[in-house]
Write a protein that binds this ligand. Structure first.
Ligand code: F6R
Length: 279
């Protein structure tokens, strides 16, 4: 068994097995997809987080070309997607059988709206890689029945065999996906009212016009996220510091949905120093 620390600092919180079977960002060898246990790796800069995350994702796909991914949007993963696109252009991978599900979508705007997560994903990743359109799943923000849409999405995830790797960001309020504080660990995909801070954090997608940010969204539920076989969470920037500290050291509570991840058997958190500053 190989134990490698990616870069600068490693902080473990779990009491049990700490081994992480992973390689440094420069390695050409594939990741051995085994439980991460619960581990945090801290990098100096957000770009290093992005590079390491891109490495992990591409290694995951290379080891399991039929993998099912759960993908985030937001500012944090943009550099990861850019790194993936660049590397895939240099060294193509077999992507025909990869399936992806996005974590969330605003409710009440169409897929082709400039602020939608559909648009975000096309711009950041999907338009630049060779995963077939039919394999790219996102919740429909215009669904007449959010309940039916969410139930169908859950059924699609199940039909795909479940999520192999769930990639997450974290909200400053501790949300994962759009599971805002108060979300239950048993929640499945559902419509959620967005907190003011979450709307403000997304106003950059709507010309910085807060009033244009939808008031609700559809999100994959906590239970669905928790069923992912592995979780990779990215946290960068000082505005994530208190949420990350609470995730690592606080109570496991609906008040901080990300804290549920401490109950998961295989979590790797990649953070930059700014996000790790309150640990
Ligand atoms: C978005 C998502 C959210 C974001 C979180 C952090 O698909 O699931 O949980 O990951 O709001 O967003 P950024 O990266 O913009 O700080």
């Amino acid at each position: 068994m190989l134990k490698i620390t990616l870069l600068k600092t490693t902080k473990d919180t779990a009491q049990t097995d700490r081994d992480v079977l992973m390689k440094p960002a420069t390695s050409a060898e594939p990741i051995i997809t085994k439980a991460f246990s619960f581990r945090l790796e801290i990098f100096k800069e957000p770009q290093a987080v992005a590079e390491a995350a891109a490495t992990l994702l591409l290694q995951h796909i290379s080891v399991n070309p039929k993998c099912v991914l759960l993908l985030p949007t937001g500012r944090t993963p943009l550099a990861m997607y850019a790194a993936m696109v660049e590397r895939l252009q240099q060294k193509p991978l077999k992507l025909e059988l990869v399936q992806s599900f996005n974590l969330d979508e605003f409710y009440g705007i169409p897929a082709d709206h400039p602020g939608s997560y559909h648009t975000y994903m096309r711009n950041a990743l999907f338009d630049h890689i060779a995963v077939p359109q039919a394999n790219l799943h996102l919740l429909n923000g215009m669904a007449a029945s959010p309940e039916a849409e969410c139930a169908a999405y859950e059924a699609q995830i199940e039909a795909a065999g479940g999520i192999d790797l769930g990639v997450l960001g974290i909200g400053a309020n501790g949300h994962i996906g759009f599971n805002e504080p108060g979300s239950e660990v048993t929640s499945r995909s559902h419509r959620v009212a967005l907190q003011p801070g979450s709307r403000a954090a997304n106003s950059y997608l709507f010309n910085d016009e807060l009033e244009s940010v939808p008031e609700s969204a559809l999100t994959v539920g906590i239970a669905t996220i928790m069923e992912a076989r592995q979780i990779l969470l990215l946290a960068t920037g000082p505005e994530k510091a208190s949420a990350l500290a609470a995730l690592m050291h606080g109570a496991i509570t609906p008040k901080l949905p990300a804290s549920y991840l401490r109950l998961h058997h295989s979590v790797l958190i990649l953070a930059d120093e700014a996000a790790a500053s309150e640990l």
